[in-house]
Every structure is written in C-alpha cells, then in structure tokens.
Design a protein around this ligand. Structure first.
Ligand code: HEC
Ligand code: HEC
Ligand code: HEC
Ligand code: HEC
Length: 368
C-alpha cells in the first residue's frame, strides 16, 4: 500500500533512528491520560479567554443524494457485510431511536424524534434521498466511511469490463483513478478515512454539547478503534482470514491518528463561541493532542513533517476569538499529515512501538 517514495524515506529513517529509548515511559503515561481526556490542567490563557464566534465544521462528504445503501455492497462484499452487521455502527440503527438518553438529547435540542433532523442523522445514520425525501436506511455503514457510492459503484468493481486478471496495468490505474474522482475513499487514503472517523467521533457541534448534553466526542484512537470490531481485512484475503493491519501500517495509523486528532480539535476550538463545556473540552483535547504529538516526535525524531505538526499545534493559542490562528494551525497540521501518508510506509517509525495500543485494548472483538 505504500508508494516507492514512501518506502525509500521510511528505510532511511529506519536506519537513522534505530534504537533510541528516552522518553517512552512518559509518553505511555501521557497517552493513557490523553485517551481518557483527563488531560493536564487547562492553560491559563484558555481560562482568561474571551470566547469568539464560529460555526460547526462541515461534515466530510456523505451526500444523501449519492448514497446507494449497504445492500448494494453486500452483493459482492458478503463477508465484509457480515462483519459490519456485528458492530455498534450497524446496531445503532435499531437502538438509537429508542435510546432514552438520545430521546432526552433530542428533546433538549427541540426535536420530536431522533430521525427527524439531519443533526443526529449525519453521524448516527445513513440517509438516502428517495422520491425527493430523506430516507434513513441504516446506521453508520459502508458509505459513511468509503464515500457515497453512486459515482463509483460500477466503475470500481467491474475490472474495466474484462475478466479478473485480464486488465492491463493502465486499465487498473484508470479504474481506480475514476473511482477516486467519483468520491471513493480507499484503504490507502489513510488521511481521508481517518478524517472521516474523526468527523463523527469528535463532535464539533457546540449547541449539541452545551445545550443537548451530548458527549463532546469519543476517547477515540485510530489503531485501537479500527482493529477491533470494525476491522474487515477480508476481501483481499478471499474471505478466509481477517488479519490486523501489519505493524508498519499500525505505526503509521497511530501517528496519523494523533495528527488528525490534533487537527480536528484545533478546528473545534476555532469554532467555539462561548466558554462552556464544548469549548473547554475541545481545548483540553487539543492541548493533550499537541503534547502527545510532541512526545511522538521525541520517540521518532528527525521526521520533518512530524516536527512541523508539533510546532503548528504549539503555535496556536487555545482560546476563544482566535479563529484565524487556530484554523491556520489546523491547515498546517493537515498538509503535513497528508505528506506523511504519501511519503512514509511506517517501517521507519519503530520508535513509536512502545506507545502502540496493545491488542488487549482494541475496541470490541474482531471477527476472525
Ligand atoms: C459487483 C461487485 C461489487 C460491488 C457491488 C461492490 N464492490 Fe467493492 N470491490 C469489488 C471488487 C471486484 C473489488 C476489487 C477490485 C480489484 O481487485 O482491483 C472491490 C474493492 C473494493 C474496495 C477496496 C478498494 C481498494 O482500494 O483496494 C472497497 C473499499 C470497496 N470495494 C468498497 C465497496 C463499497 C463501499 C461498495 C458498496 C457501495 C462496493 N464496494 C460494492 C466488487 C464490488
Ligand atoms: C458529530 C457527530 C454526532 C452528532 C451530530 C450526533 N452524535 Fe450522538 N454520538 C456520536 C458519537 C461518535 C457517539 C459515540 C460516543 C462514544 O461512545 O464514544 C455518540 C453517542 C451518542 C449517544 C450515547 C451517549 C452516551 O453517553 O452513551 C447518544 C444517546 C447520542 N449520541 C444521541 C444523539 C442525538 C439524539 C443526536 C442528535 C440530536 C446526536 N447524537 C448527534 C456522534 C454524533
Ligand atoms: C467505520 C468505517 C468503515 C465502515 C463502516 C466500512 N469500512 Fe471498509 N474500510 C474502512 C477502512 C478504514 C479500511 C482500511 C483499513 C486498513 O487499511 O487497514 C477499509 C477497508 C475496506 C476494504 C479493503 C480491505 C479488505 O481486504 O477487505 C474493503 C473491500 C471494504 N473496506 C469494504 C467495505 C464494505 C463493503 C463495507 C460495508 C459492509 C465497509 N467497508 C464498511 C472503513 C470502513
Ligand atoms: C458517520 C459517523 C461515523 C463515522 C464516519 C465513524 N463512526 Fe464510529 N461510531 C459512530 C457512532 C455514532 C458510534 C456509536 C454507535 C452506538 O453505539 O450507538 C460509533 C461507534 C464506534 C465504535 C464502537 C465504540 C464502542 O463503544 O464500543 C468503534 C470501535 C468505532 N465507532 C470506530 C470507528 C472507526 C475506526 C472509524 C473510522 C474508520 C469510525 N468509527 C467512523 C459514528 C461514526
């Protein structure tokens, strides 16, 4: 899944940064704290901050007009669909509308029903447009993560109209190019899919948190949360096995996940308008994220993109009325994270291994 440049860079880093030890224990402790979002005490400038104006960050593309529904994927991706049906993402479709806490949050937000308004639908459900009206068809499903499929369903799956194995290299490349252009989010687009997880698992809706009492997000971490019940590495294993992402990939996921956490939290603080639960929680989240990222640069030193991410996070004041600075910092983090995804395959990030979430902490039981 890596490109050539990636492998070369990673190998160079691997030899250069072989056996450093240093700040690992401190990182482990900070990681544990970070995951619980108990973070270090709030920055004093946060407490003083005059909270400013803003609007919730737009969701990553899940356009209901282009949703086809998971039953369309099931036709070919049978095992993957079976795995998905055992996840919270699937179950929320039936459970959430009856959930007492959910009904309470909806009531506080002035909604009669959870399925009534796009506010809850965006993150808890898959919605399709049918006869001009929104139709809620599933929980969080294939297209919530891989992109609304109307434009790529046919093109990605038909081997360019030939038999499997008979396409030319060019035809294969063209098929994937067209799929991506039509909005397909593929496994090797790690930045894109990580952003997608975080777009739901950090809740960038101030009113929903402050007024509705909705949690401000999950104690989300990319490796632990993707390698448990969500894991579905089956298609390219002919449905016979479902192995975890390999070690190099997990290192890369861990670092990319921390960076996207930082980016998302910076944007969430940028949008905050009042000094209340939302702003305080998001600022804490951003502060923990940038401290953790700094620790990561000490475990995996000499990667310029990682240095730039840590510096961008540290350069932003976590306070209200600071949208321009916070957004610029988030943009810088985003650009550098995309560069990491393109240039490295994780084989050179061995320094991070002691901080990687242990298998026992992966969320939910993966299907074997
Ligand atoms: C007609 C059968 C078919 C249907 C329907 C189908 N797929 Fe696929 N899918 C394939 C095939 C075939 C491949 C592998 C292509 C290859 O090996 O080059 C694939 C590969 C994939 C991949 C891996 C892409 C990669 O970069 O390797 C993803 C993700 C995926 N499909 C998602 C979906 C989703 C989401 C849906 C429903 C919206 C769907 N597929 C519907 C046949 C199908
Ligand atoms: C930005 C995405 C997002 C939006 C918008 C959103 N939710 Fe959630 N919600 C989540 C996520 C993610 C979780 C899972 C949190 C966890 O368990 O880590 C969650 C969890 C919940 C829970 C369980 C909370 C608990 O403490 O156990 C309820 C209830 C809920 N949401 C109701 C709602 C309702 C009602 C709405 C609309 C008014 C809504 N949500 C809108 C993302 C969202
Ligand atoms: C919660 C987000 C999420 C959902 C829901 C989801 N996927 Fe995925 N999918 C991913 C991610 C992330 C990867 C890449 C994981 C990796 O690289 O280790 C992936 C990988 C894949 C692959 C390639 C890996 C393989 O060998 O199978 C296919 C095919 C696929 N998904 C199809 C589907 C289909 C079909 C559904 C619905 C039944 C679905 N996905 C639901 C996030 C999701
Ligand atoms: C469209 C919004 C959305 C996206 C995208 C999304 N999730 Fe979720 N996820 C949710 C919601 C909502 C819940 C809570 C469902 C419930 O329990 O009611 C959840 C629950 C989970 C859970 C179960 C947590 C538990 O309490 O055990 C895991 C694990 C998870 N998500 C991982 C991921 C990963 C990994 C990705 C990205 C590859 C991802 N999610 C993408 C909305 C989303």
């Amino acid at each position: 899944m890596s490109n050539r440049i990636g492998t070369r860079h990673a190998t160079r880093h691997a030899t250069r940064h072989g056996g450093r030890r240093g700040p690992r224990r401190a990182f482990g402790a900070l990681l544990a704290v970070g995951l619980l979002l108990l973070g270090p005490a709030l920055l004093s400038d946060l407490q003083r901050a005059p909270w400013g104006v803003g609007k919730a960050e737009a969701q990553v593309e899940r356009d209901p007009a282009a949703i086809v529904g998971p039953q369309e994927c099931a036709e070919c991706h049978k095992e993957t669909t079976a795995i998905w049906r055992n996840t919270h993402h699937f179950a929320t479709f039936r459970e959430m509308p009856q959930n007492e806490k959910g009904i309470e949050i909806a009531r506080k937000m002035g909604l009669r029903r959870i399925k009534e308004d796009s506010l809850c639908l965006d993150c808890h459900f898959t919605t399709r447009i049918k006869d001009g009206a929104p139709d809620v068809i599933a929980g969080v499903s294939c297209e919530s993560c891989h992109g609304a499929a109307e434009g790529y369903l046919e093109v990605h799956s038909k081997y360019s109209g030939k038999k499997k194995g008979e396409e030319t290299e060019d035809e294969i490349a063209e098929r994937w190019r067209r799929s991506e252009a039509a909005g397909m989010i593929r496994p090797d687009m790690m930045y894109r899919w990580a952003k997608n997880c975080y777009s739901c698992h950090v809740v960038p809706q101030e009113k929903l948190v402050n007024v509705g009492g909705h949690p401000a997000g999950s104690a989300f971490e990319l490796v632990a949360w993707s390698q448990g019940e969500v894991r579905h590495n089956v298609w390219y294993n002919d449905g016979k096995a479902n192995p975890p992402a390999d070690l190099a990939q997990r290192r890369k996921m861990f670092i990319v996940g921390m960076a996207v956490e930082l980016e998302t939290a910076l944007r969430a603080v940028a949008e905050a308008t009042e000094k209340a639960s939302y702003a305080v929680t998001m600022a804490k989240r951003a502060d923990v994220a940038r401290k953790r990222f700094r620790q990561a640069t000490q475990l995996v030193p000499g990667v310029p993109e990682m240095e730039a991410i840590a510096a961008a996070g540290e350069g932003a004041a976590l306070k209200l009325n600071n949208k321009a600075q916070l957004t610029a910092a988030a943009d810088a983090v985003a650009a550098q994270t995309q560069a990491i995804v393109e240039r490295y395959d994780g084989s050179g990030f061995a320094g991070i291994d002691p901080a990687l979430p242990a298998e026992s902490s992966w969320k939910g039981t993966p299907r074997k």
